[in-house]
Every structure is written in C-alpha cells, then in structure tokens.
Design a protein around this ligand. Sequence first.
Ligand code: ADP
Length: 258
Amino acid sequence: AKRIVIKIGTSSLLYQNTSQLNLRAIERLAFVLSDLKNQGKEVVLVSSGAIGVGMGKLGLTKRPETIPAQQAVASVGQGELLGIYEREFQNYGKSVAQMLLTRDVLVYPQSKKNVFNAFQELLKLNVIPIVNENDTVSVDELDHKTKFGDNDQLSAVVADLINADLLIMLSDIDGFYSSNPLTDPNAELYHTVTSIDSSIIQSAGGRGTKFGTGGMVTKLKAAKRILSNNQKMVLANGENPRIIYNILAGEPVGTLFE
Ligand code: ADP
C-alpha cells in the first residue's frame, strides 16, 4: 500500500473517560507516520479528539449538551490539537496541514474537485494532511440523533476521494467482534469481513466511552463504502500505533475488510 489513510479515534487519543491527552500515543503516532513518509508512503491522518481537547483546555468535565456548545468546544480544541500534532511531527522534520471537511464534499462536483486538488498538492509537497470534520459547518459528527462518529465515515470518504490503497482505522478495541466485547464475554473477533449486511450491523453496539463517538456502527458504514469501492480497510487497536507496521506487513492483526 502506497497511499494510506489513517483514522484515529478519540478513544485512542485521550485517557479513558477523561479529557486528558494520551501524549505517548500521539508521539508514537507521529513517529510511525513520519517513518512511513520516509519509506515513500503517502499518508493522510483523520483525527478526532477536538471536543475532548477543547474540554480539557476549557476545564470542562462534562461534554456540553447542546450542539452549538459542542461546536464551540470543538473549535477551541481543534486549534490546540493541530498545534500538538504540529509540534510532534516537527520532531521528525515533517509538515502537517489542517483540512476541515464535510462528508458531503463528494456530492458537489466542484467541491470534490477542489478538495482532490488540495490533497494532491499537499501530498506532492510531502505534507501530512490532518483531516477533521468541519464542526462549524456540519454537525454530523456531533448530532446525537444521526449517530456519533462521522469521522469514521469521513475517513472512508477521504479514502474514496484520493483513491487510497488502504484505510487503517485505529480504535480502543482489537477489531470487530460478533458482539460488543465490553458487555459480552463470548464475543469473538472477526479476522476478515467481506460483506456488510444488516445482521452484521446488528452486532455493532453503541459507543464505548463517553468521550468516544461512534461505536461500531459508523465504522461498519465506513467499511461498507470501502468494500463497495473495492478498497481495503483494517480496524485495529490504536493503543500502540506501531501496530501500523504489522498491518502494512500483512500480519493478521485486527479485522480486515476486503
Ligand atoms: P473511537 O473513539 O475509536 O471511534 P468508539 O468508542 O466510538 O471508538 O467505538 C469503539 C467501541 O465500540 C469499542 O470500545 C466497543 O465498546 C464498541 N463496540 C460495540 N460493538 C462492538 C463490536 N461488535 N465489536 C467491537 N467493538 C464494539
């Protein structure tokens, strides 16, 4: 795989049930992605975590309830988060770019073309684009009713748009199980999933943590898009981002959707 999209979830970026950043995870992620750049790969990072970081910055212990309040906290956190990435990647001499997108970019031909061109140019410049949903314009990522975690789906949209060879989704769980392992001790890990139907979506429970977002449902929706485009996705545990090396070496870690 040469062109890789990596999505990292809130649950891998923050210590569990807190708004405290897991700096070790971020440092390791920056190391691995920079190292991949040195190997000649093209890397795009889709990062959640803006609300958590914003909450930490503003000293809030509870996720705000209204969507406008979440948008506000997300905008505070987004700048802070990008600053952290900027510094971490700087350690390895890499430049990052902030790309705030909405999931509907593919729907409008002109937006699609503009976003595609911007990605191409950034990759040509050897920059690592860091993508997040633009929470000021779109509340897909925030709205409780439409389900959380549209960065999952956004990452599939990005993989589609730039025709990525692989989407790696890093979460706080080893992969996709027959049921939620947090509540079902008999849950079994699926190593490979080749199609997604409604019965599979049934086995995806709700979100895991109060700071995490989508749970499995949005990850499966992302996988569905990937499969329908004949692309590949691996869902794996992001606790140690070095797992990306194992994934790229074709080792059987996590769940492969292909
Ligand atoms: P992220 O912040 O990485 O996007 P989420 O917390 O939104 O992660 O989603 C991951 C959580 O989904 C897991 O911690 C787990 O509790 C939950 N989950 C629900 N159903 C399943 C399932 N069938 N297999 C794996 N995890 C599941």
